[in-house]
Design a binder for this molecule. Structure first.
Ligand code: AGP
Length: 609
């Protein structure tokens, strides 16, 4: 994913900016660049490829100035050419960006109609021109940036230079992390702890909607209501390494909060951002004629398969089976010779799933593995493999890998639907648009973590609980229950809400906590009926729903606890309803004092049968 560095100092900054970019290389990139302000003029040098090419250019093109920004780019909008490398500039503004601007095409077209000439294919250049237009209209630098972020939709972290403000560096957060690091008479901005840890012993993360105005000896942060705010300044762990937790208490917490970024990175590998169309790599067999799809996995990866079943059934009109690998491999069911079997695995080393892969290959199945670890056994042994690009997942409980698995599964289902004619281009564009909204929707939920903390305090003494949902919310419920049981050791069971009356309703008793996931969709009314059954037996319901869902339960809302999320659709609902469950499990486990990252009896990869 992209990386941002910025610096305002009393000394020249260009060489420090390049060193800062080197600390961002681990994030993966295909081009880089820096910009500074000298004599109120913006100067810039960029290069395609490795940072050493940028350094070579800088040997012959000096960049004077004691204020600047730098960027390592992972191509999303636009090919990895120099013209698309950041910073993007006009005569008045320079911008570096991490994230995805969802309404990029609409804004670009408006600017072109107004006479703007573009030098790149990127969404970032759009933002650069919007800020410039506000400055040209007479707004201050801060007001121009604030007005610009009100025009855009998506996820973003920006570093901004304004030529007329040569002593002020601007940082903006909207879904992608960006932080300030203070040092002696100089202040830095960076995408993460690791990028800043070489220059500062402290870090102040901005919150979504914040704009920071940073000078070399001080800075101010304004929230989205333009109020001056304080953000927590935290110490940076001295020996921060790439896989260190940084400012997070646990890897699981870091990985939960990384999801907007890593999902954006995963999306950028499977979607052509310029045209909002899929660009899933071609597979070594014809997907347009497959007769059925079998999804095979274990644990959370199995629940990802259950969620994806809705997408494959609705988008491809092909029969879909979802199998637990340890059951499937011994049952050895008959399989259609023209079938596709998809193996889902974060580690790519799960013994039962590998055994199932071997069995399916012996039956002549077309196989594909969806993995996070690229050189894993499953990757090597299947006919094709699609990486999920979640980055190293250290916490045993799967979070970002689970949601990135869903991204790739959704893209694959749409691709097959387009290939076999079940989906048309407009439907593809609609589903892709929904996929592109997921980083923002997840970020919105993460912003409400303090509500989850309060909820966790109320539930810290629970010993057993139920998670209920219908349709895709049923596997979401099972994944939520798994998160809670595997890190807090509380017995939790995910169940189809419609199945309660067939037995489990006998479990209900006063104050038993029951989590219910109910997006305001076609199954909402049925889920509310189940909600009534649960309340009627004095159990304590925690309802996850959206504004419309809350309105429709009327007086019942006074009898339950609620956590509101954004409105969703068939694509975004599993992501948006999984996030609160991840946070609930984490904060209850935190209160119970269990070993969140290495829970008892568990391994990150179950390579034994
Ligand atoms: C999920 O939180 C668990 N760590 C576990 O269920 C895991 O999903 C399962 O062991 C499968 O692992 P894999 O994805 O690496 O195959």
């Amino acid at each position: 994913m992209c990386g941002i560095i910025g610096l305002v100092s009393k000394k020249e900054v260009s060489s420090t900016l390049v060193e800062g970019l080197k600390r961002l290389e681990y994030r993966g990139y295909d081009s880089s660049g820096i910009a500074t302000i000298s004599n109120e003029k913006i100067e810039r040098v960029r290069s395609k490829g490795n940072l050493k090419f940028l350094e070579e250019k800088l040997l012959s093109t000096s960049l004077p100035g004691n204020i600047g920004i730098g960027h390592t780019r992972w191509a999303t909008h636009g090919t990895p050419e120099e013209k698309n490398a950041h910073p993007h500039i006009t005569d008045k503004v320079a911008v570096v960006h991490n994230g995805i601007i969802e309404n990029n095409n609409q804004l670009r077209n408006q600017l072109i109609e107004a006479g703007t000439k573009f030098a790149s294919d990127t969404d970032t250049e759009v933002v650069c021109h919007i800020i410039t237009s506000y400055i040209n209209s007479g707004l201050s630098a801060y007001d121009s940036i604030r007005a610009s972020i009100n025009d855009i939709r998506g996820t973003y972290a920006f570093g901004v230079l304004i030529a007329s403000e040569p002593n002020k560096l601007f940082a903006v957060r909207g879904g992608s992390p960006i932080a300030i690091g203070s040092a002696d008479e100089e202040n830095y901005i960076g995408s993460d702890t690791y990028s800043l840890s070489a220059y500062s012993d402290n870090i102040t993360y901005l919150k979504d909607g914040d704009i920071a105005i940073i000078e070399n000896k001080s800075y101010e942060i304004f929230d989205q209501s333009n109020s001056l705010v304080e953000r927590e300044k935290q110490s940076i762990i001295e020996s921060v390494t790439l896989s260190e937790k940084g400012i997070f208490k646990h890897f699981m917490s870091k990985e939960i909060h990384e999801q907007p970024e890593v999902i954006a990175k995963s999306l950028s590998n499977y979607i052509d951002m310029d045209n909002s169309l899929l660009c899933v790599p071609d597979l070594p067999y014809d997907l347009s004629t497959i007769s059925n799809v079998t999804l095979v996995a274990c644990g959370s990866s199995y629940y990802a398969g259950l969620i994806a079943r809705d997408w494959f059934e609705k988008f491809t009109n092909v029969k879909v089976d979802v199998e637990i690998a340890s059951e499937f491999r011994y049952r050895e069911p008959p399989m259609d010779s023209n079938g596709l079997t998809i193996f889902i695995s974060q580690s790519g080393e799960t013994a039962d799933t590998l055994a199932a892969l071997k069995h399916c290959k012996s039956l002549g199945q077309k196989t594909i593995s969806i993995v996070n670890v690229g050189d894993s056994s499953m990757c090597r042994n299947s006919h094709a493999s699609l990486k999920i690009f979640a980055g190293p997942e250290i916490g045993v409980a799967s979070t970002k890998a689970f949601t990135c698995q869903l991204i790739v599964l959704a893209c694959l289902a749409i691709k097959i639907g387009r290939l076999n004619g079940s989906l048309n281009k407009d439907q593809e564009k609609d589903y892709v648009k929904s996929l592109l909204s997921i980083p923002r929707l997840i970020s919105n939920t993460l912003d409400k973590e303090d509500e989850i903390v309060k909820l966790a305090h109320d539930l810290s003494n629970i010993t057993t609980t139920l998670y209920l949902g219908r349709g895709q919310m049923y596997p979401v419920a099972m994944e939520g229950a798994l998160k809670l049981k595997e890190i807090s050791y509380v017995h939790a069971e995910g169940y189809p809400a419609g199945e309660m009356k067939h037995g489990p309703i006998a479990l209900l008793e006063r104050d038993l906590p029951v989590f219910m996931m109910a997006p305001s969709n076609t199954l909402y009314e049925k889920t509310v009926s189940n909600l009534n059954e649960v309340i009627a037996r004095d159990a304590s319901v925690i309802l996850l729903t959206d504004e419309k869902g809350l309105e429709n339960i009327g007086y019942l809302k006074d009898k339950i606890k609620t956590f509101l999320v954004d409105e969703t659709d068939i694509i975004s609902a599993p992501f948006v309803y999984t996030l609160p469950n991840q946070l609930i499990a984490y904060h209850i486990a935190l209160l119970k004092g269990t070993d969140v990252d290495q829970p008892r009896n568990l391994a990150k990869s179950v390579t034994v049968e």
